[in-house]
Unconditional design. Structure first.
Lengths: 113, 113
């Protein structure tokens, strides 16, 4: 069955450092991958989308890579700030006949001042 | 002010009662979705709809029902058949299925007493 794994533990980093979050998947051949940010008690907010034929995507302090051979995406936040503290979700799709997204369980990031 | 709204934010239900969660969007999106989120878990798809008067089961549709009579509205009914309904419910919309970004509502936290 398809499986998506994000960093199994919460990630704590010091302000100003680069945070790197991992999204690994198995039994998938997704055409694209999305990253969302979710604050406690709120709905996720879209951050970035990367397609299977793209290696890297950037948006301000955010960078996403997508390695379809390793079946892995890395999400980087450079010059991290306490305001970046949140849960980050990766989502894959489509795959096979399914045209909807499948979400990972998320990684909780805390940026310490 | 465009967006997606859910009501109520908090909902309490007695065992054996059906309850309906509201979701409205004014983004003119064709596709709408319902997800369930449990603590420490990712979003699980309950139902989705690509167009009016059509909807499809997601991964965990048992014990839930939906309707899509209007483009802007996609209410979810949690029936008494749902064995463990206490969760955070999120509604989302997108222009279409596939790679389109999903826009989420603020969520409804349902607690069964």
């Amino acid at each position: 069955s398809q499986k998506i794994e994000q960093n199994s533990e919460a990630l704590n980093i010091q302000e100003g450092k680069t945070a790197t979050l991992t999204c690994n998947y198995t039994n998938y051949s997704p055409a694209y991958l999305q990253w969302y940010r979710q604050d406690p008690g709120r709905g996720p907010v879209f951050l970035l989308l990367i397609r299977e034929n793209e290696k890297e995507k950037r948006k301000e302090r955010l960078k996403v890579t997508f390695d379809t051979t390793l079946k892995q995406s890395l999400f980087h936040i450079t010059a991290s700030q306490p305001a970046d503290s949140a849960t980050y979700l990766c989502a894959l799709g489509p795959w096979g006949s399914a045209r909807q997204l499948t979400f990972g369980s998320g990684t909780q990031l805390t940026v310490l001042p | 002010d465009g967006g997606i709204t859910q009501s109520p934010k908090y909902l309490f239900r007695k065992e054996g009662q059906n309850v309906t969660l509201s979701c409205e969007q004014n983004l003119n999106h064709d596709a709408m979705y319902w997800y369930r989120q449990d603590p420490g878990q990712g979003l699980r798809l309950i139902y989705y709809s690509q167009i009016v008067n059509d909807f499809q089961k997601g991964d965990i549709a048992e014990g839930y029902s939906v309707s899509r009579e209007k483009k802007e509205s996609f209410p979810l009914t949690v029936t008494s058949a749902q064995k463990n309904p206490t969760a955070f419910y999120l509604c989302a919309s997108s222009k279409g299925l596939g790679a389109d970004t999903q826009y989420f509502g603020p969520g409804t936290r349902l607690t069964v007493l």
